[in-house]
Design a protein around this ligand. Structure first.
Ligand code: GLY
Ligand code: MN
Ligand code: MN
Length: 431
């Protein structure tokens, strides 16, 4: 494993939290993600199902977790199914988890090979007075998914085989649990942030007119890999000049030019947890007065936004407040005019020309993490705060993004050590 041992306590605690949310006569099944194909016999690097990882810490394909808290035989109340390993597999693919290692990782005492699943699952479903079965689905309001996951195939199989059991959605419960991070999870997220910071500091020394965006991408990756990260938390956005106004720019294939701005939305993953950082810097190491003016406007909005966060805040109400603060900054920058404001179409306010995305999202095992955006914020939630101003007519886009934990008293900024002031950035780029 590239990352330090997380310790089974986190996963034992997570399962305990889940079991508190469901009746005793329930069964829960969570499947691993598939190894996704590309072409011929190629595959995409494996990424574990976040819910399965949250409940077990197992980072391996063909894994299934079954929880049956009311099952008469204690042995089968928590069962982990893992892919059988043997000499042949060890020769070609390297070591897979042994049963002992799986027990040590998860804190689950009953570990059996996945090939035994149908028989043992049949016993759990039919011999234990099961009333409802919680099955897992990938639910995210922004996702459009056409491929069928292992969980989806399992749901079809299960409902055909056991048609008269009652079925229920696990997702809303998992979303609630996962949106509030425990101490250990916050440590892992801080580690992802610290690795991201190292990458950013390296890039501050590297960037100069003439470098290519993908060379900057390579600098980040170098730092991330050597720190035990498996790489980028999401497709990095390394956008110079006019590209900084393209919100999801990921081509990263242009030359950075003297006088241009450079928007860097790049974060590392660590132990499946993610950081999501954006900084905007001048290619030549000195902000022009216009760049500085826009940059400081975004920074003021970000700081005010962070100061507004805390327990009880509702995201959409907060976002509307941030939009008002942004509107005032856009007037000061003379990008929108007070008299035009009175005539604006309320369904398409003028500020949206320059600030057209959300102020943030939850962050965790997924970058746009699960959790109900309408619910009020609670201590332990992690939110990004990422206002931006994008002036297409000037080829100037600025976004600043930090990752902030909601605490009892307000917030704690996981990125408080990452340079953000104009003077700090200029100094680091010029020494
Ligand atoms: N990097 C993706 C985002 O900021 O939401
Ligand atoms: Mn980002
Ligand atoms: Mn973000």
């Amino acid at each position: 494993m590239r990352y330090e041992s997380i310790g089974k306590e986190l996963f034992v605690l997570n399962r305990k939290r889940l079991l508190k949310e469901i009746p005793r006569n329930s069964v829960v099944v969570v499947n691993a993600n598939d190894v996704m194909p590309t072409n011929a016999d190629g595959t995409i690097r494996f990424r574990q199902n976040s819910d399965l990882f949250y409940l077990t810490g197992v980072d391996q394909e063909e894994t299934i977790l079954v929880l049956a808290p009311g099952f008469p035989d204690k042995k089968y109340r928590e069962v982990l199914f893992i892919r059988e390993t043997n000499e042949e597999i060890a020769t070609w693919e390297g070591q897979k988890l042994t049963k002992e290692q799986a027990m040590e990782t998860t804190g689950i005492n009953t570990v059996v090979w996945t090939s035994e699943f149908p028989r043992l699952f049949n016993l759990i479903m039919l011999a234990g007075d099961v009333e409802q079965v919680y099955l897992n689905t990938n639910e995210h309001y922004r996702a459009t998914i056409e491929v069928e996951s292992r969980d989806m195939r399992f749901i079809e199989w299960c409902r055909r085989k056991y048609p008269l059991h009652r079925y229920a959605r696990l997702a809303p419960i998992m979303h609630r649990l996962r949106s509030v991070k425990s101490k250990r999870e916050l440590e892992l997220m801080q580690r992802a942030v610290d690795i991201t910071e190292k990458g950013f500091r390296r890039v501050l020394k590297f960037v100069k007119p003439g470098v290519k965006e993908y060379e900057i991408e390579a600098e980040y990756m170098h730092e991330f890999l050597r720190e035990g990260s498996r790489g980028f938390a999401y497709e990095p956005i390394i956008a110079s000049g006019a590209n900084s106004c393209v919100l999801h720019y990921i081509r990263n294939d242009q030359v950075c030019r003297d006088g241009d701005i450079l928007l860097l939305d790049v974060g590392a993953e660590y132990a499946n947890y993610n950081a999501d950082l954006t900084r905007t810097i001048p290619v030549n190491g000195r902000f022009s007065s216009r760049q500085k003016e826009v940059y400081n406007a975004v920074l003021r909005v970000q700081r005010k936004a962070i100061s507004m966060l805390g327990p009880g805040v509702q995201y959409y109400e907060y976002h509307r407040e941030v939009q008002k603060i942004m509107e005032a900054e856009l007037i000061k920058l003379k990008l929108i005019d007070k008299t035009d404001l009175r005539r604006q179409d309320p369904s398409r306010p003028l500020f949206m020309k320059y600030f057209m995305h959300g102020t943030g999202h939850m962050l965790g095992l997924d970058v746009h993490d699960v959790g109900n955006m309408y619910n009020r914020m609670e201590p332990g939630m992690v939110w990004t705060v990422e206002p931006g101003i994008y002036i297409r007519e000037e080829g100037l886009g600025v976004r600043i993004e930090n990752n902030v934990v909601i605490t009892q008293k307000g917030t704690h900024d996981l990125m408080k050590n990452i340079p953000v002031e104009v003077e700090e950035i200029e100094e680091l780029m010029n020494t």
